[in-house]
Design a protein around this ligand. Structure first.
Ligand code: NDP
Length: 323
């Protein structure tokens, strides 16, 4: 089977198409024929070595497809060969076939396509835990979402709006601004053209309840500045680079602020929590209340092209790889 691996960390050129033996599902695992694999920013961090992995390493940790074989000890799960499933947080999905633990597999509802499921699992459950758990939005809250036209960003705006927040967002160009507005954002700021903190202080002198910051290095300091007293920055990524070491006294000086640095795995750590978030997201996709934007679809062989586009800020919404 074909798969995209890194043999060494590096730039997009490190992504190598290889012929590998068909994997065998071990105990508590299923072998899945992948119909669509999600591309996520964490794949970039792993490719470049920011998050080290064993080598060689098959990238990708989100996919949907059909079970073609089950390993030993899977009888207690109600899954069978032929079921359509989706999963995230287990590596090896830039491939035609992959094994995954049955404990991570979620049956895809009939009215959700495999492409939609692969697009929704990681970014959808992330948006879900951010607005319900990292900072639980209350009606009337004022929040800022950075990179609002991105994969997580568009979903985060929709969920924050549905909980009754006034949503500010930042984007880098006019096309992205239009998309963020159509997702429901109330105020869109082109942070490549103007100082987002100055603009927000002008609009909301008392400050925001929360900032959802995935951009990191270039935004973090100003994210702190736009908060109200005892507000929170939910720092959940570093698309522009990692935030440098930070003196905690700043949190006191700026008004007893909070900072959290969450990750998805800690918010889907039990089967019950995984099922709760996955079903909330996939059911919202099925009934049309959560809109996915899937405009960037690449064949497996073009994984490097996809990475260049994602890192080059050329994409909006979700990127998929089709094996
Ligand atoms: P996006 O689709 O949001 O792509 C990244 C976006 O970040 C770009 O489109 C761009 O939007 C913005 N950006 C700002 N500065 C830069 C820069 N210097 N280089 C590249 N992009 C930049 O990606 P995802 O939706 O896949 O992920 C968004 C973030 O969320 C990532 O940081 C990721 O690591 C994080 N994440 C964290 C999770 C967690 O549980 N902690 C889970 C999932 C994602 P613009 O052009 O508008 O500035």
């Amino acid at each position: 089977m074909q798969a995209i691996q890194i043999l060494q960390p590096g730039g997009p050129e490190a992504l190598t198409l290889r012929d590998l033996p068909t994997p065998t599902p071990g105990p508590n695992q299923a072998l899945v024929r992948i119909e669509a694999s999600g591309i996520n920013f964490i794949d970039v961090y792993q490719r470049e070595g920011r998050y080290p992995t064993p080598l060689p390493f098959t990238l990708g940790q989100e996919a949907a497809g059909t079970i073609v074989a089950l390993g030993d000890d899977t009888a207690s799960s109600d899954l069978k060969v032929g079921d359509r499933v989706a999963w995230t947080s287990f590596p090896g999905t830039y491939a035609q076939l992959a094994v995954a633990p049955v404990a991570l597999l979620i049956r895809v509802p009939d009215h959700v396509t495999s492409q939609q499921a692969a697009a929704a699992m990681l970014q959808g459950m992330t948006a879900h835990y951010l607005v319900h758990s990292s900072y639980a939005i209350q009606p009337g809250d004022q929040v800022l979402v950075h990179a609002g036209a991105g994969g997580v960003g568009l979903l985060l705006i929709q969920m924050a709006k549905s909980l009754g927040a006034r949503v500010f967002t930042t984007v880098s160009n006019d096309e992205k601004a239009a998309l963020a507005r159509s997702a429901g954002a109330d105020e869109v700021i082109l942070y490549t053209h103007e100082d987002f903190a100055a603009r927000i202080k002008q609009l909301v002198p008392s400050g925001l309840n929360a900032v959802y910051d995935s951009v990191g290095k270039t935004t973090f300091e100003k994210s702190l500045e736009v908060l109200r007293r005892r507000g929170i920055v939910v720092l959940f990524g570093g698309s522009s680079g990692a935030v440098p070491p930070f003196d905690l006294i700043r949190l006191s000086q700026l008004g007893s602020l909070y900072v959290t640095r969450p990750k998805l795995q800690d918010h889907t750590a039990t089967r019950a929590e995984l099922e709760l978030r996955a079903s909330a997201v996939l059911n919202a996709v099925a009934d049309g209340s959560l809109k996915l934007r899937i405009e960037h679809i690449y064949p497996l062989i073009d994984a490097a092209h996809a990475h260049r586009d994602l890192e080059g800020r050329k994409t909006t919404g979700k990127l998929l790889l089709i094996p």
